[in-house]
Design a protein around this ligand. Sequence first.
Ligand SMILES: NC(=O)C1=CN([C@@H]2O[C@H](COP(=O)(O)OP(=O)(O)OC[C@H]3O[C@@H](n4cnc5c(N)ncnc54)[C@H](O)[C@@H]3O)[C@@H](O)[C@H]2O)C=CC1
Ligand SMILES: O=C(O)CCC(=O)C(=O)O
Length: 458
Amino acid sequence: MSGNNNVIEQSLTALLEDESFLPDLQAQTRDQAFKSLVAILSTPNHIHKSFLRVALENGTIVRIPSFRVQHNDTLGPYKGGIRFHESVNEDEVSNLARLMTLKNALHELPFGGGKGGVIINPREYSVKELNLICKKYVQYFNDILGPDKDIPAPDAGTGEREMDWMMAEYKNIHPGEPYRGSFTGKSIINGGSLGRKEATGKGVYFTFKYLMHNFVKDNERWLSEQENRFAMTALRNVDKKLKIAVQGFGNLGSVAAKEAFKCNDLQNNVVAVSDANVMLYNSDGLDIPALIRYTEEHEGDLPQTEKDLSENGIKAVVKERDDLLEIDVDILIMAALENQIYKDNMENIKAEIIVEGANAPITEEADEYLSDKGVLIVPDILANAGGVIVSYLEWIQGRETQFYKEEEIYELLYNKMQSTMDTILPQFFGDPFPLRQNCYIHSVMKLSTVLFRQGKLY
Ligand SMILES: NC(=O)C1=CN([C@@H]2O[C@H](COP(=O)(O)OP(=O)(O)OC[C@H]3O[C@@H](n4cnc5c(N)ncnc54)[C@H](O)[C@@H]3O)[C@@H](O)[C@H]2O)C=CC1
Ligand SMILES: O=C(O)CCC(=O)C(=O)O
């Protein structure tokens, strides 16, 4: 399985070499436990695959490859989104499912890790065809899904419309059974939670803001150590506006950009955003609300030409999409797909902090290179858990058919994220491990303790 295998193994080594961890685990079996945990984390419990047979509106029958990977259920039912994208493949879905196991463990959620994927470009299908694809997905994977078995949610290319359709099909197949907890990320009218749509983007920005306020700016010792390796000048200068670029302007990226735009506590300047086609740049700062209004009216696309921009009164220039990663900014928020920072562009990255809103946007090689250079990388499982945290709240609300107010949801979301950060960040600022490794150590500590208590680790 691709992904951060080295960091996972280093985290397990650090944990098992610490004799105060699981003192009842015999010294001679620590090596055995290490091997068992590597095997558990590197191999999913189940990989389910199917070809969805779908009749298109023009009469053609197509067979669409699709997956549901159930990585690990030690902590509870499998949980994780379903992605509709043409680049989906088995290895990618398996890696994303493993990240869900680690993410849910890190934030103390009662879920295991799963992920789904369908190899399509959703833009190439009509609404009727997409509805059929969603129904078929539930029909084909019906045996393994359910509120106490495996609970999907949105990911790239899917949203509340798809979750509504899927839940409706689940309900059809299981008459008289509880169904509201079978899918999360649904629309409010169909039993979804207030705040779920915004939760991932809000959580990503909250993580960054909390980190800056409570740790980076006041941490003189840490900053001076970084200065030996890397500039960190922007972060030292409290009065300076932080230049931010956001890669990806979909569900997550647009909300994170809006949070940065309207934030009064930090002085931000969102100078660049991109989508699958273009980057928009304005050194004085982009009008994010105007861009969101534009995307809402244009199937999610940003303005693609200078003409689109001027007709809508938006001040920006259109540039090459991938140049966004290399422009001179302080903060890079990744909100598109995997492996965006890699061997060929890692040396050109100028940001001092990279926040991983997307899952696995940096390859293992680039992660190591940038961490060594002193770039502070806020890992996906820490930063982008807002979605699954509010999914958890949606799952509870669906079971109890009692719903929280929007402000209650955000309070619960931020409290949860803050509590994880208050555990992880002091450790990170006090020791030599990168932040990702600190997060993984916490996740595998939780997983292995539960496995040990269940008699599955000797
Ligand atoms: N939606 C959610 O609740 C969660 C999403 N994530 C992760 O966040 C990432 C984005 O997810 P969503 O916002 O839901 O997806 P989305 O489909 O709403 O948006 C993706 C955006 O990225 C853009 N994009 C695609 N390729 C790009 C490229 N090469 N350069 C720049 N932009 C590009 C698309 O045009 C679109 O604007 C994914 O990695 C997903 O796994 C993580 C946690 C939860
Ligand atoms: O809301 C959820 O259950 C899962 C969200 C997700 O797929 C993710 O965090 O990557």
